[in-house]
Design a protein around this ligand. Sequence first.
Ligand SMILES: [Zn+2]
Length: 319
Amino acid sequence: MRFNLLLTLLCLPLSIIASEPQASKAAAIRADYPLISLNSHSFVVHASTQTPNPENQGFMNNVGIILTQAGVVVVDPGGTIQAGEWVLERIKEKTQAPVVAVFNTHIHGDHWLANHAIKNAYPDAKIYAHPNMIAEAAIEGAVWVKDMLRWTEGASAGTQALVPDSPVNHGDEIRVGEKTFRIHHYAPAHTKTDIMVEVVEDSSVFLGDNVFNQRMTRMDDGNFAGNIAAIDQVLALKLKHYIPGHGPSGGIEVAERFQAYLKAVYDGVKTHYEAGLSDFEIKDKIYSSLSEWQAWPGFERQLGKHISLSYLEIEAADF
Ligand SMILES: [Zn+2]
């Protein structure tokens, strides 16, 4: 009997055995992030401003929670099932109403892998995203699940990527109870998949990763000129609350400050490109003009890449 069992185990494909430890769910989120009130019925959670790691357990994006008369709406529930469950617990402290809608701002999994927790608890909740995001979500989601597990050293175990089921396009208005969620899509910006969600009655806009605050963006999937132009569109709205994808929320100055960084890099690179410099020669030339952002986590790591990407964009536009 024992020998047969051993033989059976030896014959199992390696992938099944290797995936066994991931099947059990990792522990709940330990951190106690406050719910910041935008008004009496709308809240933002500012999770860690670090990249995913074992300490923050992969919970490092901003989450929007809007209580309506028809149920709860969540913007970007988080990057793990644990983050999503944490969000649901906070919601239960405010209301017993179900989550009826979720918006995923873009393809990066730190914003949407927590769909898993929402769908577990509320199978009827609609999960909205741009069609470009939905098209990429199955493949990119699987990559993000693996990356998140590695970065957090297993703290995201049990998370599955649940693809959004409800496409939304630029100009769409989703009505939930007494609230109107107006969709803004300008591409390419941070990615090709971004939506920004304006809550009309709240004079607020959830910007996704088109805007960062107090933490430096990754632009590997982005476009500098496009991101600058997308921010112009939401600046023109002149709203009360601007909620970035990462870092503290605030007024219009949050979007202005981040756009100023993108412009400082892009315009600086353009000036030196036109003077005939190569991308590796430009960093020293523009570094001192970026003092306002140098303390942001990720600045030193990203600046070289940001210059290279701007340079490629400017070069491409020149032909
Ligand atoms: Zn992102």
